[in-house]
Design a binder for this molecule. Structure first.
Ligand code: SAM
Ligand code: FES
Length: 452
């Protein structure tokens, strides 16, 4: 059975440096060109493109097989793609010059390649070499650092529609030789494209990292660059048991706060519609958003119920950023900012909903017990608390995101952590809540919901 007119399996296998493979021979550009050409010709529902591992023609890649005919192409270049799509997929005429026509030779090449690969793997194993995946994880910081430095310099904006390294260095105010080295590394990672000494942004960089793009994530990603500094002190934090050189958020300066809230806002704006749908707004007249950040969740709740009034409690340094988002969303009359410290003092009275998103992980177990008791006191009878956070499974070793996030709290807070469902349940019970339940949502965070 073949549900599409054509189904392509295009190899993008990456092998260790120096070993021939489709990835090193430019498969990504071919795949990108195929997708664009197929879309441009309106064939996206007829031609299915599946990226796959090695097809065994590694020295002659990029390779692909086209079904239903079972035609093998090798050595396909981006400039061949228009012809392949037009001739083969529109007119049904395969491009002869790129096809492997001798089945015996094809089979021999694949078997020879496989034998060579297995021999290499066995030799590496016998020599006790680290497997590639392990090596990649251990050196992962290099690629991460390259991207973060490029983002800090706003290099992708400086590259613009195409520039040599020297011009980019002048724009970002950096050393020309070092900028060239950085840009070559970015090109090796596929984020920049390099032709005749001129660099341009690859599709991902142009969309996510460049000033002016509607999906530019740079302001939010600068928060990750700030976290890098903390993570580099992980060894000391593990030895000592808490963050090194810890500073309260108010003391971290405007640039830090802007990047932090931008990162929270980007994430919250994406998740807010599904959270509001799951929580529901019927009967919610007044809500309190504890540590509400940019206001993204309060705004979404207010938009879902025109009767709803939301109070956001957050630090005074965050208020100007939240105010802009609230005004832009046109809910300034119903979403109100209150500056204060969520760690102490009463939270107010008579709320129907208290929302505590991405807050509990910053706090110690005792601080959470205290916060949840004050949330209980702030709710009217029958009101609900909704906690959103990265909730650990019982073994505390999964999911991976929550387990790693615990370390993010170790390096960034005095006593924060990722917590498990059982721990949240105990705290909520201790604070007097009932009907406690966990709601799993797509993505790394989940909800704990309980009634007053
Ligand atoms: C991780 S962000 C979560 C923001 C928002 N709730 C969300 O889910 O997108 C934590 C928020 O808590 C605020 N915050 C941290 N410490 C606080 C404190 N002591 N009092 C009030 N707000 C605080 C921060 O300013 C930030 O907006
Ligand atoms: S790496 Fe693509 S065919 Fe082997």
């Amino acid at each position: 059975m073949e549900p599409f007119d054509y189904h392509l399996f295009v190899c993008d296998q990456r092998k260790p440096d120096g070993v021939p493979c489709c990835s090193a021979r430019g498969a990504a550009k071919v795949i990108d060109a195929l997708r664009r050409e197929v879309n441009a010709r309106g064939l996206e529902d007829e031609v299915q493109i599946t990226v796959c591992g090695s097809l065994g023609l590694c020295e002659h890649g990029p390779s692909m097989i086209v079904y239903p005919e079972g035609i093998w192409y090798s050595g396909v270049q981006p400039e061949d793609v228009a012809e392949v799509v037009q001739s083969h997929f529109e007119q049904g005429i395969p491009v002869e010059r790129l096809i492997r026509t001798d089945p015996a030779a094809l089979r021999a090449e694949i078997l020879t390649d496989r034998a060579r690969m297995l021999q290499g793997l066995r030799a590496r194993d016998a020599a006790g070499m680290l497997p590639d995946e392990l090596n990649d994880s251990i050196r992962g910081y290099q690629e991460s650092r390259v991207m973060l430095t490029a983002l800090e310099l706003d290099l992708f904006s400086a590259v613009g529609d195409g520039n040599p390294a020297q011009a980019v260095a002048a724009t970002v105010g950096a050393d020309p030789r070092a900028t060239g080295m950085l840009m070559n590394a970015l090109a090796s990672m596929g984020l920049l494209l390099k032709m005749n000494g001129v660099f341009s942004n690859g599709p991902a960089a142009a969309r996510y990292f460049r000033e002016g793009s509607p999906d530019n994530a740079r302001p939010a990603l600068l928060h990750t660059a700030h976290l890098w500094t903390r993570w580099s002190k992980l060894t000391d934090c593990v030895k000592v048991g808490t963050a090194q050189d810890h500073e309260e958020i108010e003391a971290r300066g405007e640039e830090w706060t802007e990047a932090f809230i931008a990162a929270m806002h980007r994430n919250a704006s994406e998740r807010a519609p599904s959270v509001v749908r799951v929580v529901g707004v019927d009967g919610v007249r007044r809500m309190l958003d504890v540590g509400g950040g940019s206001g993204a969740y309060s705004i979404a709740f207010a938009k879902a119920n025109s009767e709803l009034m939301a109070d956001i409690l957050d630090l005074a340094t965050v208020a100007p950023i939240a105010r802009k988002h609230i005004e832009r969303a046109g809910v300034a009359g119903r979403v109100v900012l209150r500056s204060g410290d969520l760690r102490s003092g009463p939270l107010g009275l008579d709320y129907d909903l208290v929302f505590v998103s991405a807050i509990c992980h910053m706090l110690s177990p005792d601080e959470n017990r205290d916060l949840l008791a004050r949330c209980h006191a702030a709710l009217s009878a029958g009101g609900r608390i909704v906690i959103q956070d990265f909730i650990l499974d019982e073994d505390k070793a999964s999911p991976k995101f929550a387990a790693l996030f615990a370390l993010n709290m170790l390096v960034g807070t005095r006593a924060g952590d990722s917590y498990g469902e059982q721990q949240y349940t105990e705290w909520l019970q201790g604070a007097g809540f009932q009907q406690i339940r966990r709601v799993r949502l797509p993505g790394p965070a989940g909800l704990m919901i309980a009634t007053c």
